[in-house]
Design a protein around this ligand. Structure first.
Ligand code: ADP
Ligand code: MG
Length: 697
């Protein structure tokens, strides 16, 4: 008798079944949420490169990515600030420069005059015309073949190369048949929207054929992407619903507003709360009285004064005998909160604990002990707060700053951590990224909302100017003038790159140029490649005015508070989205002085870039900016990158896909009642093991 066994579903096939994946590679894939073959398929591209067409140098423009075939005309190793290999190379339509900072002797030798190479890279404007910095290249025969589908670029992590991910997806796609990955979307819906089935959609999204409608792929309006987006949105809705159900069964400590501590805190502040701050404080205090755990999103524009609201909520919880945890996404921000809370609470003999990833073993042990024994009434920290060995005596309130950096799964982890003696803590989540109301209702359906819609008095709106990059010298003069007046200045270098080292390089270059132009000025540099200790040291020095000018990458984006800084220069502003520009600009305008933000851009501007810069000049209102952002992006913003960090979605985009949301709600509810088994399967597929909190418990 022969037994016919059907092949196992791909979510039951460990990733180690794929060629080239041993335990070591599997360990590296784990942080990407990849543990089985289905996970590989749902690890979706971030963006695409077009390597299907050979371009002529003469037709290239800065900012494009292109494949070109070149002959090297000259090559030279020069010693500027650092050893650099420069090649001049051309095709029959024009020439450009290839620039290498890291290269071996052999490499330098091989790139010599007369050699033919095929290069792929972004094209930039350099000192002597267009250039490619560290292009990918290969030595070619004539007529070497080009790619026949667009090249997917995957989100990745330390030690996992794009090529590895590409090889794995190739294998997984090969195994993909309709019976091995369950398609939960009802066929009627697929045909109503003209959506492909799941297998076909995955195939298209991973390996878009070269004749695909590229704009629709980049914008995300292509049916294959929409097909996946709707499924992802359904998965998230199911997840939120499940979470809300669970939460309603949880019990939180009821915190009565005694008010002595908060009265004292208010008296010591040195300023009056704004009306909006008082309103949200009462909203928070009221929800904390309930035995149902609060889950409240506190929205307030940058500089609106969320910290003091958090402190007042904390005061109430502490007075009720509860502990409070405050978590920030970076060391710098966490430390800033620490300093504030020490200043506010230590006079009242309330001990503040500190838990960061950087504590030494001994310090960490004693901090953890103080938390466990309940000596630390308020604990400030980073992710280190939700590590396994941290146990609270009686956590009553968890405050999470800048929620979009953390994500649902992390805030759930903190909730579970606080679940002592049958109680879960109340949660307050603070965000400076305003969320348009329509979206808030969908994306945060499980949260209550409080909004600080008013800035503290006396703030002068930041004046915003846009200047073409060619006028850099003028800008440097303004920087010098501001510093001469005793002000401090941010200079932000932005590059949209996968490579942190190129970003860091750009910032280093800018810092060097500025220090040549202004030798007297005390200049600091922070970028993502610095050790966090060094980063903090520089930030601290800037806060304490030891530095006058801070050159930085977008690492300073969130929450840093230096009121004396009144000028910010943002390079390549045309490449940033509205919300990111707004976040950056929020670093100035925090003190009494009139502040200015200079957006430097490389012309010519695209239509959308022009709109974005126009909006930044017109308004300082984060909510207006968020609405406009949605409008522009809804209208098909083409950045080529999905800002996965900003949302928690792999492929859906709440702005772009707003039109799908009603359907999402209907289908999710239908699936839930007709196929309850889909709930965990879809959540696992899209949200993964890390967020198991959603499903299990
Ligand atoms: P954000 O909402 O961006 O976190 P912060 O809490 O850092 O803002 O507050 C920004 C600055 O405004 C801080 O220096 C804070 O002390 C100050 N501030 C907050 N509320 C008020 C107020 N009502 N009046 C005056 N200054 C305030
Ligand atoms: Mg803040």
């Amino acid at each position: 008798m022969t037994v016919v066994t059907s092949p196992p579903p791909l979510d039951r096939m460990p990733v180690t079944k794929l060629k080239g994946v041993g335990d070591k590679v599997a360990d590296k894939l784990a942080p990407l949420g990849i543990s089985n073959v289905q996970d590989v398929l749902f690890h979706l591209p971030l963006r695409y490169q077009d390597r299907t067409r050979l371009r002529q140098v003469g037709t290239l423009r800065a900012g494009e990515e292109a494949v070109v075939d070149l002959v090297i005309d000259a090559a030279d190793v020069v010693f500027r600030r650092r050893r650099t290999l420069l090649c001049r190379a051309s095709d029959n339509s024009g020439s450009l420069t290839l620039r290498f900072f890291h290269f071996s002797q052999a490499q330098a030798k091989s790139l010599k005059r007369g050699v033919c190479i095929r290069c792929f890279s972004e094209v930039r404007r350099g000192p002597a015309g267009l250039e490619m910095v560290h292009p990918e290249y290969s030595f070619i025969e004539s007529d070497a073949e080009l790619e026949d589908s667009l090249t997917a670029i995957y989100p990745t992590t330390e030690g996992v190369h794009q090529l590895t991910l590409r090889k794995l997806t190739d294998q997984a796609l090969h195994l993909l048949t309709a019976d091995r990955v369950r398609d939960w979307i009802p066929p009627a819906l697929l045909s109503q929207y003209g959506f492909p089935d799941l297998a076909e959609a995955l195939q298209t999204v991973h390996r878009p054929p070269s004749d695909i409608d590229i704009p629709s792929l980049i914008e995300g309006s292509h049916p294959a992407l929409q097909r996946l987006a709707i499924e992802e949105l359904i998965a998230h809705r199911l997840g939120l619903q499940l979470q809300r159900l669970q939460r309603q069964q949880d019990l939180a400590p009821s915190i009565q507003p005694a008010g002595k501590l908060s009265r004292q805190l208010l008296a010591d502040l040195g300023f009056e709360l704004t009306r909006a701050q008082s309103r949200v404080v009462s909203e928070i205090v009221e929800s904390m009285q309930s035995t149902q755990p609060m889950l409240r999103l506190l929205q307030g524009d940058v500089g609106a004064g969320k910290t003091v609201v958090a402190a007042l909520a904390a005061a109430n919880a502490v007075e009720a005998g509860m502990q409070v945890a405050i978590m920030a996404p970076t060391e710098i921000l966490a430390e800033q909160h620490l300093l504030n809370f020490i200043e506010w609470f230590e006079p009242m003999q309330i001990e503040i604990g500190w838990l960061s990833g950087k504590l030494g073993v001994k310090a960490r042990r004693s901090a953890i002990e103080a938390v466990a024994m309940g000596r630390s009434r308020i604990v400030v920290g980073t992710h280190a707060l939700f590590q396994d060995d941290v146990e609270f005596e009686r956590l009553g309130l968890a405050i999470i700053d800048e929620q979009h950096r953390f994500g649902v799964h992390q805030r759930m982890a903190l909730r579970n951590k606080g679940a002592t003696a049958g109680f879960v803590p109340h949660q307050l989540i603070m965000t400076a990224t305003p969320i348009p109301r329509t979206l808030a209702m969908t994306a945060y359906a499980d949260l209550d909302c409080s909004i600080i819609d008013e800035l503290p008095p006396g703030r002068k709106p930041v004046q915003t100017i846009a200047l073409e990059a060619a006028r850099r010298a003028e800008v440097a003069e303004r920087v010098a003038a501001a510093i001469a007046e005793g002000r401090q200045v941010y200079w932000v270098c932005t590059l949209i790159e996968e490579s942190e080292s190129l970003q860091a390089q750009a910032a280093e270059d800018a810092a060097n140029q500025l220090s040549e132009a202004m030798p007297e000025t005390r200049i600091g540099l922070v970028h993502g490649r610095l050790k966090s200790k060094d980063k903090e040291r520089v930030m601290q020095a800037f806060k304490q005015r030891e530095l006058e000018l801070l050159v930085a990458t977008t690492v300073i984006e969130v929450g840093v508070d230096v009121p004396n800084a009144s000028l910010m220069v943002i390079e390549n502003a045309e490449r940033l989205g509205l919300s990111q520009l707004h976040q950056l600009r929020g670093r100035v305008g925090r003190g009494q002085a009139q502040s200015t933000c200079i957006l430097l851009y490389q012309g010519p501007l695209s239509h959308n870039a022009k709109q974005r810069i126009g909006i930044m000049r017109e308004t300082n209102d984060g909510f207006v900016i968020a609405e406009k952002d949605l409008e522009i992006r809804g209208a098909g913003e083409v950045l080529g990158t999905r800002q996965t960090g900003a949302t928690e979605f792999k492929i859906a985009d709440l702005g772009r896909d707003a039109g799908l949301l009603t359907t999402v709600a209907v289908v999710a509810d239908q699936l839930q009642s007709e196929h309850p088994d889909c709930v965990t399967a879809l959540i696992r597929r899209w949200i993964g093991e890390q967020k198991r909190e959603y499903g299990s418990v």
